[in-house]
Design a protein around this ligand. Structure first.
Ligand SMILES: [Fe+2]
Ligand SMILES: [Fe+2]
Length: 251
């Protein structure tokens, strides 16, 4: 594409190119995407009577996924490119001498924010990776959802200042979060989940650049990459990876 186009001309050109690749096919959206816009409709629904086909299978608007995608392929080709938070948290965990599997937990703790669904992100993230990691890793990721809201002075963890900014001074976590916190406190892996919070960095040092390559060996040792590729395997979360590959399949 020529470089002397304005931003809006470039956006128009990109849109035109994508329309061409889609052909006449109609893109359907899950109701979840519409609910996020305050809309309870099914959008185009099944486009009955339009005479057009629906987009089913590969989405030409998104980067092409390899046949046997790995975790790193998802990071590169599907997740938000803003991965500094995850990389910095894992880097800090490593500096603090945490065991490798907990470095992995820090690297993946917000995988749902970066790559799937933000609401209840600890639960979605844990579910996505559960079949491929040590049980303690997914448990800790699930529980950081609730522990984030409660201080633990024994390890110097305070209620995050940015939560006051983001949610207001009088924000109270939902009852299910409080109940989960009480259960988590009694669990043998409580401190593992707490360590995710301790290493959950919100203020980055802009001079420190952390690359994914730093963690590739740890991923190799502690994330059981299926040989068929994520989504082509047969685990309780394979369908979630497939949905990431083809998010607009109508069914
Ligand atoms: Fe989080
Ligand atoms: Fe985080």
């Amino acid at each position: 594409m020529a470089t002397n186009l304005t931003m809006s001309e470039r956006a128009d050109a990109l849109e035109a190119q994508q329309m061409q690749e889609l052909g006449d096919r109609i893109v359907t959206k899950s109701i979840l995407f519409n609910l996020a816009d305050g809309d309870q409709s099914l959008g185009n629904g099944f486009a009955v009577g339009s005479g057009q086909q629906l987009l089913m299978g590969e989405d030409p608007r998104l980067p092409k996924m390899p046949e046997k995608p790995t975790l790193l392929d998802f990071f590169k080709l599907r997740f938000s490119p803003s991965q500094a938070h995850l990389l910095q948290s894992a880097n800090l965990a490593q500096k603090n001498g945490l065991p490798e599997k907990m470095v992995l937990a820090c690297l993946l703790h917000d995988i749902a924010v970066n790559g799937f669904i933000r609401s209840d992100h600890g639960y979605w993230g844990a579910q996505l990776i559960e079949p491929y990691v040590d049980e303690e890793v997914s448990w800790a990721i699930r529980m950081h959802q609730c522990l984030r809201f409660f201080p633990d002075e024994s390890v110097g963890y305070k209620y995050p200042e940015n939560y006051v900014r983001m949610f207001g001074e009088n924000y109270q976590p939902e009852p299910y979060i409080k109940a989960e916190y009480e259960r988590a406190q009694k669990h043998k892996w409580y401190m593992s989940a707490r360590m995710i919070c301790v290493n959950d960095l919100y203020s980055f040092d802009p001079d420190v650049v952390v690359e994914m390559g730093q963690f590739e060996d740890i991923i190799g040792r502690h994330f059981k990459q299926p040989k068929e590729g994520l989504g082509n395997d047969n685990t309780p979360s394979s369908h979630m990876w497939r949905t990431l590959i083809r998010p607009c399949n109508p069914l």
